[in-house]
Design a binder for this molecule. Sequence first.
Ligand code: ATP
Ligand code: MG
Length: 332
Amino acid sequence: RPRAFSGIQPTAGSFHLGNYLGAIRQYVALQETHDAFYSVVDLHAVTVPQDPAELRANSRLAAAQLLAAGLDPERCTLFVQSHVPEHAQLAWLMNCITGFGEASRMTQFKDKSARHGADQATVGLFTYPMLMVADILLYDADAVPVGEDQRQHLELTRNLAERFNSRFGATFKVPEPHILKEVAKIYDLQDPSVKMSKSASTPKGLVNLLDEPKATAKKFKSAVTDTDTEIRFDAEAKPGVSNLLTIYSTLTGAGIPELEQKYAGKGYGALKTDLAEVMVEFVTPFRERTQAYLDDPETLDSILAKGAEKARTVASETLAQAYDRVGFVPAK
Ligand code: ATP
Ligand code: MG
């Protein structure tokens, strides 16, 4: 079976609809075809200021949500990144083969450091992409399910894997991004020119999966569309309506042409009301399943402990090989 790996940050508590449609749904699907490893990447979360109690709670909450979304510990490996020390260890080797200028060109670092204020940004935020490279390479991943915003980091991963292999001999698999075009970028409901984001969206534009379903319905009803009235998919001319159609289509399985036909001659109000209903039907059981995992922390922690053990078996072998290739003396 080919391998899949992806990581998701536990930063904000609730996952949002962009995380779910752009990434988590693909994690669930790839369990069927791949030997899949998924990680709650808490080391990445501390690249920006964190409250310790919140981070701990949010890491368990992230795992609970991934299980509620359909990850099955019998069919994939789910673990917390800090439980597998090889991630930080391989990241060091990746830092040491990355050019300073190369790392400086990462657009996510530029965006996030600008948002935090250049002098507030940490060295950890700067080296974040090389940690992500290590995350992926440790598992010899063939496929990495992510949203469009991670494409540049995936390109860096491929470059560093090839660089290491050509300098030290074949060691790492060169992975492919698994980015589904239709859902790779879900937009903010209030500003359909920017991606929905944990850290950058306004509360009204950000659909958190764990929000009160009523509040979520309201956000859809007041989503920004345009002054036209026609319900038609056109990402350029009608980004707001197109975003709503993408969400609707992905959650229900109805094709976009089918939806365009269904709403022909009807106003935006009808589309928004129906989509609000679709969302409520989706998030209500999702919230319940998440809560059920949180109510049973022993089971949750034991799933994560087993996942970490399985992950370490693979990761320690890859790291040992990489250490050997760069010329470290074996620790016997
Ligand atoms: P931040 O703004 O802090 O970077 P985020 O909202 O981008 O947070 P991440 O934890 O960085 O969330 O991303 C988790 C996964 O969700 C990644 O694979 C990312 O590509 C994907 N993702 C995030 N936002 C979207 C979006 N709006 N549409 C599609 N995929 C997304
Ligand atoms: Mg992100």
